[in-house]
Design a protein around this ligand. Structure first.
Ligand code: SF4
Length: 495
């Protein structure tokens, strides 16, 4: 994804997913830490700021959890020695990108909570819209928070509900019923692995199995990586409990009627890895379809179709298949821009976009190019990429976007900013075309989204302002991630 920028010295800032979660329980008693590590490695695209793993032994004393977390990529935080010391047959792991709460080690997950019934390790993907109220409730009853993230509020509520519930899974469900917003949770209690998905199904979660071990993961690509087979998706509103005695048990008490479900469409458009399947729909297949629809609805005469890597590539192939215009690679991406990379100064001649992306002159010189990207948020990166193509000799640049225009912010875990910062707000497509300097511009039609995901019920709030639940009256995103300061920090970190 390359399409967003800050309004200042624009680094290479795109939309971000909030997190990836992974849980595993080996009924044969084998250690799970290294498999969790590889699972998190496969989910790295969902969050690169921090990561962590917590494991425990189900046969050992209740309450002994070994956890390790830190800032950075999975392979920066963990080494062989650390993993070797992490003994346990049940555990959870997490990769994080912060849209709520600062990016600090304390805010890294999993969270481990000791309470009278034992210990909980919890990893969460999503964003709550009522975290502030829930936190206040807890603070009035004496709770002291060590982090600034929603996930701690969830963990506390589970611990509190556990005191009045017969089982850990009942406590998870009772706590979930208080939560409003998006969440996919994995929880390791002393003897159970529990997964929960919010009733709208904003965030994905699936179940896998390898030999006698069960896995919960944000995406199926993580199951493939560790050699596990896909069992099924956790359904929107479902709480699953995994134990050696009963295998996978399901509780659907929170579920909504199917038509009310509201999966985040951006999982398919951008966030998820193309080799994942979510709720029975191939992410790659949905992107190919988006490209085909763009070719049908916004055709143009051209010599080459290319995608802005990585998420634009499948849609570009779809455009090519439908239009007959040859597909080719026009960009080379440098993927080694890590957390500690030194961002060029505003005055520097090294553009942040150029550092990360370069154009293959031989591929585009003298050609009319169709360039496919997944979205345009603020627009200045698109402007630079179009310019780079022209400088490399492209005679025409036609931009096609595999999503409808962003007109509203997101409250459910995607960092789409307030309306005033969105390029499409109060502008026509022609206005946007002129700003980014393209010869033509076409977006995916809203009506195509349903076909793209085979009729699954989806959220489209950032396109039409109709959110699946009442959005917060005040802009809580501002409260939770102090926009000015936090965004500046993120830009510095991420380029
Ligand atoms: S508003 Fe947009 S980004 Fe947010 S959950 Fe809905 S579809 Fe996803």
């Amino acid at each position: 994804m390359t399409t967003t920028d800050s309004n200042k010295a624009m680094p290479f800032e795109g939309l971000h997913e909030e997190c990836g979660v992974f849980g595993m329980y080996d009924f044969d008693g084998g250690d799970v830490a290294s498999s969790i590590y590889y699972g998190l490695f496969a989910l790295q695209h969902r969050g690169q700021e921090s990561c962590g793993i917590a494991v425990s032994e189900t046969s050992g004393p209740k309450g002994k959890v070994t956890s390790y977390k830190g800032m950075g990529l999975v392979n920066e935080v963990f080494d062989g020695e650390t993993l070797e010391k992490m003994r346990g047959d049940i555990g959870v792991g997490h990769v994080r990108y912060s849209t709520a709460g600062e990016s600090t080690r304390e805010n890294a997950q999993p969270l481990v909570l000791n309470y009278v019934k034992g210990t909980l390790a919890l990893a969460h993907n999503g964003n709550l819209i009522n975290a502030k109220e829930l936190k206040k409730d807890l603070e009035y009853t004496g709770a002291i928070f060590q982090t600034t993230i929603d996930s701690e509020v969830i963990a506390y509520h589970i611990a509190r509900e556990r005191l009045q519930s017969k089982t850990a899974e009942e406590a998870v469900r009772r706590a979930c019923m208080k939560l409003k917003g998006a969440y996919a949770l994995v929880v390791a209690s002393p003897r159970k692995l529990i997964g929960a998905r919010d009733p709208f199904g904003f965030k994905p979660l699936c179940i896998g199995k390898r030999d006698n071990a069960y896995i919960l993961a944000s995406e199926t690509c993580a199951l493939d990586t560790i050699g596990a087979e896909f069992v099924r998706d956790v359904l929107p509103g479902e709480v699953v409990t995994i134990t050696p005695e009963k295998g996978v048990e399901s509780d659907m008490e929170m579920a909504l009627p199917k038509e009310k479900e509201a999966r985040c469409i951006f999982e398919y458009i951008y966030f998820a890895r193309p080799d994942s399947h979510i709720d029975g729909v191939s992410v790659y297949g949905s992107r190919i379809k988006a490209g085909k629809f763009l070719a049908m609805d916004s055709p143009v005469e051209a010599d080459l179709v290319t995608g802005v890597p990585e998420s634009g590539n499948a849609a570009a192939l779809g455009y090519s298949l439908q239009s007959g215009i040859p597909y080719g690679t026009a960009f080379v991406k440098n993927g080694y821009v890590g957390r500690t990379f030194i961002k060029p100064k505003q005055s520097s001649r090294e553009s942040s976009v150029r550092i990360k992306l370069n154009v293959l002159k031989e591929a585009v010189a003298g050609k009319r190019v169709v360039m496919i990207d997944d979205s345009i948020v603020r627009g200045t990166t698109s402007d630079r990429i179009v310019r780079m193509l022209r400088e490399a000799g492209a005679t025409e640049v036609h931009v096609r976007i595999s999503s409808p225009p962003f007109l509203w912010p997101c409250y459910f875990g995607t960092d789409i900013p307030e309306r005033e910062q969105l390029i499409a707000y109060k502008r026509s497509i022609e206005d946007i075309r002129k700003i980014i300097g393209a010869d033509s511009l076409g977006y995916l039609g809203m009506e195509r989204l349903d076909e793209m995901v085979e009729g699954l019920s989806i959220c489209r709030g950032c396109f039409n302002g109709k959110y699946p639940m009442e959005p917060p009256k005040e802009d809580i995103r501002g409260e939770y991630f102090d926009k000015e300061i936090d965004m500046a920090k993120k830009l510095e970190r991420n380029l």
